[in-house]
Structure formats: structure tokens, C-alpha cells
Design a protein around this ligand. Structure first.
Ligand SMILES: NC(=O)c1ccc[n+]([C@@H]2O[C@H](COP(=O)([O-])OP(=O)(O)OC[C@H]3O[C@@H](n4cnc5c(N)ncnc54)[C@H](O)[C@@H]3O)[C@@H](O)[C@H]2O)c1
Length: 334
């Protein structure tokens, strides 16, 4: 019975996902209506939602109806603001933009001419910032020192500073990650809580219910969210958590105006696994194993990443594998 409920839950969710692929398209009048639905949403606890499909069905129908009513007017508003591009002319925050995947993706992003690229990272690499700035002098590149494990209040303070300076932010990319299964709390703190906190912090500025303009979130998850590597189960579970969080964000887009999609890299050649420790030392060194497995370069992954950003599709599950980009269709449990 429980499995059936979970199955139906997923089907319902993805019904909404399909419908809300343009969920940034909501009008003011609809937002007001959605204040009612968001109150309804706040009532039940997560466990109640899973255990009460009738409620969820009602909720999803409510959100969908409101969504369809609002599409036209909000689409007009977004179009005049965005001119259709997801990178060119935009203000973008890239959390962990100076790592292996991050830096090559930043190179591709800068070439596409955002107005401002703000890199939040705990690494301080001034040479990288200079290089990015030189790639496209029309784009302003700025660095902000940021450790995603700081308390939520600190993330909010930093974003307050950023919003005061830049006024609008269009896209937030969350990419901080570590892989070391001897550091359980830290893995959860960086890979999962850090993404949730940064997202929570930006909602103050983006959420329709605060009269915000909405926004877009790209969360770097991993194919290990779906195909766990049992040597690093803590890492994989943290990525599955970010994936689940991202699906929920996409479902909430009609309420918040914030759309979201997941970026799931397959093995990409970076230093991520260099200091790898296996949980309970169950496996051999992952770097030795990975050297025999097909992989992609960060440059290849970066090209796929910017294609996914340009597609700008709420709820999309993107797989980036061996230089190819593929949108994964969730078909539920068979
Ligand atoms: N390399 C792969 O095969 C692969 C596959 C799937 C997903 N990923 C994910 O891609 C992302 C980037 O990984 P990468 O392979 O480029 O590794 P990397 O080690 O080169 O980069 C990790 C990035 O995360 C940042 N980071 C770590 N802890 C942080 C903290 N506390 N606060 C702020 N930033 C922090 C680092 O400074 C760096 O920018 C990670 O989330 C990783 O899990 C990587």
C-alpha cells in the first residue's frame, strides 16, 4: 500500500512537472490567488502529504489551475524583461564557480555575455577571476568569499549585500560539493544543507509572495543520485537529497515564481575524488577504479551545462555524460 502511495505521489508530481515547464509564467493576480494555495501548502506536514493523496491531488490541481490562468500575463512580463536568453545580459551567481566543473562552466558562461557573473566560493583564486574577466570585458566578473556551511543568517547577509549592489539576480547555480565519506556531517553540510540554505536565503529576494520577481535555480546534483556508487554512499545520498529538493523547488514554482532544474554530471575528470575515503573503508581507492571508467573532460561538461542553462526548463533532469546532454524522463517505478 505504501509503495503504491509513493508511486502515485511520483506520478502526480511529474504530472505537475510537465505542466509547469513554463512556471515562471505567473501573473500578479494569480500570485494573490496563490497566497491562498501556499497557505494550504503550509498546513500539512510532509508525512501527511505522502499519506494523504487526496489532499495532494487537490493541491496539485489547485496549483495547476492557477498556473494556467496566469501563464499569459506573466509570460508577457517576463518576455519584456528577459528577451528570451538565459545567460546573455543576465546577473548570475555561481556557487563553487572556481572548482574543476565550475571554472570551465564559468568560461562558457562568460563567453555568452552575462551582464554580471558573481562567483561565490571558499577558494580564493584571483588569477581565475582575472582570466574570466579577460575572456569578455563586457561582462563584469566579481568574487565573493563564501563557505556554504555558514549559518543561514550569514548567507542572507551576503545576498542582501549583493542585491543592494546589483538589484536583480536572474540565475543561481549551486555547485559546492565534496566527496569524502569519512566526513559524514561535512558531506551533508556542504553538499545538501549548503544548497538548501543558499536557496532559502535567496527566496527572501525572489519569492512572489514577498513581491519578488521570481528567479531560476540550477542545482548540481550527480548521476550518483540515481545510480549510487556503494563505496561512497554518504556522498551519493547527499546528491540524491539535493535532487529531491530540486524536484520540490520545481513543483513549488507556481507559488514562488522560482523555477529549478537539476544538473547531473556523470564521471568528470576533476580533483573531486582525489582525497576520497570510502565509507567504513568498504572499497578500493575510487580514483583507481574511475581511471578505467568512461569519463568526460570539464570542458565537455561545461558545453553541455550551458546548453541546459539556455534550455531554462523548470523541473528538467539533465544528464551530462561523456560530452553529451540528455534530458532524463522519469517514468516512475516499474
Ligand atoms: N567530478 C565529477 O565526476 C562529478 C560528478 C557529478 C557531480 N559532481 C559535482 O560537481 C560539483 C563540482 O565538483 P568538481 O568535480 O568540480 O570538484 P572540485 O573539487 O573541483 O570542485 C568542488 C567545488 O566545491 C567548492 N566547495 C567545496 N566545499 C565548499 C564549501 N564549504 N563552501 C563553498 N564551496 C565549497 C570548492 O571550492 C569547489 O569550487 C560538486 O557538487 C560535485 O559533487 C562532480
Amino acid at each position: 500500500m505504501n509503495a503504491l502511495r509513493v508511486f502515485a505521489h511520483i506520478v502526480l508530481q511529474h504530472g505537475v512537472l510537465r505542466y509547469s515547464s513554463t512556471t515562471s509564467n505567473l501573473g500578479n493576480s494569480v500570485r494573490n490567488k496563490l497566497k491562498v494555495s501556499s497557505k494550504q501548502l503550509a498546513k500539512p506536514q510532509p508525512i501527511d502529504i505522502l499519506n494523504n493523496l487526496c489532499h495532494e491531488e487537490r493541491l496539485n490541481r489547485h496549483v495547476l489551475t492557477a498556473h494556467h490562468e496566469g501563464v499569459a500575463s506573466h509570460a508577457k512580463r517576463r518576455k519584456s524583461k528577459s528577451c528570451g536568453a538565459a545567460i546573455a545580459g543576465k546577473n548570475i551567481i555561481f556557487v563553487a564557480g572556481l572548482g574543476g566543473i565550475g571554472m570551465d562552466t564559468c568560461r562558457q558562461i562568460v563567453k555568452r555575455g552575462p551582464k554580471n557573473l558573481l562567483i561565490f566560493d571558499r577558494l580564493d583564486k584571483p588569477d581565475y577571476i582575472t582570466e574570466l574577466q579577460k575572456l569578455n570585458p563586457k561582462t563584469k566578473v566579481a568574487f565573493y568569499s563564501y563557505d556554504v556551511t555558514v549559518p543561514l543568517s550569514k548567507s542572507k547577509e551576503l545576498l542582501q549585500e549583493v542585491f543592494e549592489k546589483y538589484e536583480t539576480i536572474d540565475l543561481l547555480i549551486n555547485g559546492a560539493g565534496i566527496m569524502d565519506d569519512h566526513q559524514i556531517e561535512k558531506t551533508i553540510a556542504v553538499n545538501f544543507t549548503g544548497t538548501v540554505n543558499t536557496t532559502t536565503a535567496i527566496m527572501d529576494f525572489w519569492d512572489y509572495r514577498n513581491d519578488g520577481p521570481g528567479g531560476v535555480i540550477a542545482n548540481i546534483c550527480s548521476v550518483t543520485a540515481f545510480y549510487p556508487n556503494c563505496q561512497v554512499p554518504v556522498y551519493c545520498a547527499s546528491k540524491a537529497a539535493v535532487f529531491s529538493f530540486t524536484v520540490s523547488l520545481a513543483l513549488l514554482a507556481p507559488v514562488t515564481g522560482v523555477t529549478a532544474y537539476s544538473i547531473n554530471h556523470s564521471i568528470t575528470r576533476t580533483t573531486l575524488g582525489q582525497n576520497f575515503n570510502s565509507w567504513l573503508d568498504v572499497g578500493p581507492c575510487i580514483t583507481e577504479k574511475l581511471s578505467d571508467t568512461p569519463s568526460q573532460s570539464t570542458a565537455q561538461a561545461a558545453k553541455s551545462f550551458v546548453k541546459a542553462i539556455e534550455a531554462n526548463k523548470n523541473g528538467a533532469i539533465w544528464k551530462l555524460e561523456q560530452g553529451k546532454l540528455e534530458e532524463v524522463k522519469w517514468t516512475g517505478f516499474n
